[in-house]
Design a binder for this molecule. Structure first.
Ligand SMILES: [Zn+2]
Length: 410
């Protein structure tokens, strides 16, 4: 795998033609263009079937219910990711056995995570409690709902904690916002959320002092910009909680600073001062920033953020197809950028692009992985690195307007 990308050989959407016309116009008729040619309902059915098969494989392979203490309980690469996928399957099929299975997996995650010391949604105990509470609510199990909410409220944030999404304060805040959205306002009190926001703002201003960007953060000694460890992720979370006017200005100013300092290609550096224009991933680079800019356009209603989001999405399309399947740094994650732009703009071009990426995966991913031409992920069945994320995307393709990047877009 010399290159990181397959060239994106698919024709782009032609505005005055339908998706079908655009694909028919493509000379080389093959299984991929045939898939893209399918009417939405037929393609949805196909993707749904694949997604449910993949979900069964993920459940089997991750052995989330082996009875032993879980090695990896996290949403990112572990059993909670399996639970998330099974819950998504329940939402698509309304199959009660999925809800039950999901609840059992979360119970195993709860036992394994309680004393882990990690406090975020994606990599910590907060994710287990938050998803556990939402699943308990769907199951109508008041006692279990109470259990997870109590556990969530008992979480203590260590004083020495980074601010980023995967392991830091932003990841805890995201879990709080998730509960407030799905269980009810003030499930996690405004005072509790505010105390954490205060810390995030304070740290950001302190490190930014003397620079041109109003907020800046560090993780393991680097000032990251991306969604997983840096500015894009932290700004996303801050836009989802009540802020004071001066804090709003700092968030806007930080996003404007990033837009102004993007690479000439339109991609975004993975960290402050980096000159390596290489990564186009959710975790590092334009895709994660694009999702944050969509949120900024929604929250602030600004033309500048909308244009920047559109530009970042163009980078994702033009750079090509990553040779990985997952959502963190693979094709599935990049496809969510187009679903997000489609929701924001209503422009059919973005739905076409999301379909094109999803159809590429449906048509070729498993074969390319088995041939060694595509990387199956270090944790090949996980939600963020493996086929779990691909299954999630396929389910989201059945209802594109409801699609959200898992554990990022709320
Ligand atoms: Zn990644």
């Amino acid at each position: 795998m010399a290159d990181r990308y397959f060239p994106n050989a698919m024709p782009d959407f032609v505005p005055e033609a339908s998706v079908e016309d655009a694909v028919v116009a493509e000379r080389a008729k093959d299984s991929l263009s045939n898939l893209l040619h399918l009417p939405h309902a037929a393609l949805s059915e196909k993707l749904k079937k694949s997604a449910l098969d993949l979900k069964d494989t993920v459940v089997r392979e991750t052995r989330a219910l082996s009875g032993k203490r879980l090695q990896d309980y996290t949403l990112y690469t572990g059993a909670l990711g399996t639970a998330y996928l099974v819950f998504k399957a329940f939402q698509v099929t309304k199959n009660e056995s999925d809800l039950k299975l999901c609840s059992e997996i979360i119970r195993a995650c709860d036992a394994a995570s309680h004393d882990s010391g990690r406090v975020t949604f994606i990599c910590g105990h907060a994710g287990v409690c938050a998803l556990g509470a939402v699943v308990a609510k769907h199951s109508g199990d008041e006692r279990l709902l109470d259990h997870y909410l109590t556990r969530f409220k008992e979480i203590q944030l260590p004083r020495e904690l980074p601010n980023e999404l995967l392991y830091g304060r932003a990841g805890f805040l995201w879990a709080g916002s998730f509960l407030n959205k799905h269980i009810g306002k003030e499930t996690i009190s405004a005072a509790r959320m505010r105390a954490v926001v205060d810390d995030v703002i304070k740290h950001g201003r302190r490190l930014a002092k003397g620079g041109k960007c109003p907020l800046m953060y560090e993780w393991h000694g680097k000032k990251y910009w991306g969604a997983a460890h840096g500015l894009a992720g932290i700004m996303y979370v801050l836009m989802g909680v009540p802020l004071k006017p001066d804090e709003v200005e700092d968030v806007k100013g930080t996003l404007c600073y990033m837009i102004k300092n993007q690479f000439p290609s339109g991609n975004y550096p993975s960290s402050e001062g980096s000159e390596t224009d290489r990564l186009v991933h959710w975790c590092h680079g334009a895709p994660g920033v694009a999702l944050t800019l969509v949120k900024a356009a929604e929250v602030f209603g600004s033309q500048e953020f909308l244009q920047a989001a559109v530009d970042a999405a163009d980078v994702v399309w033009n750079r090509g197809l990553l040779k990985r399947v997952g959502i963190c740094h693979g094709i599935s994650g990049n496809a969510y950028v187009f679903l997000s732009l489609c929701r924001l703009t209503g422009n059919a071009k973005y739905l076409y692009r999301a379909k094109a990426f999803a159809c590429f995966l449906q048509d070729r991913a498993l074969r390319l992985i088995s041939e060694g031409k595509m990387h199956g992920g270090d944790r090949p069945y996980s939600l963020f690195e493996g086929i779990g994320g691909m299954a999630c995307l396929f389910m989201d393709m059945t209802e594109p307007s409801e699609a959200r990047f898992p554990a990022y877009e709320l």
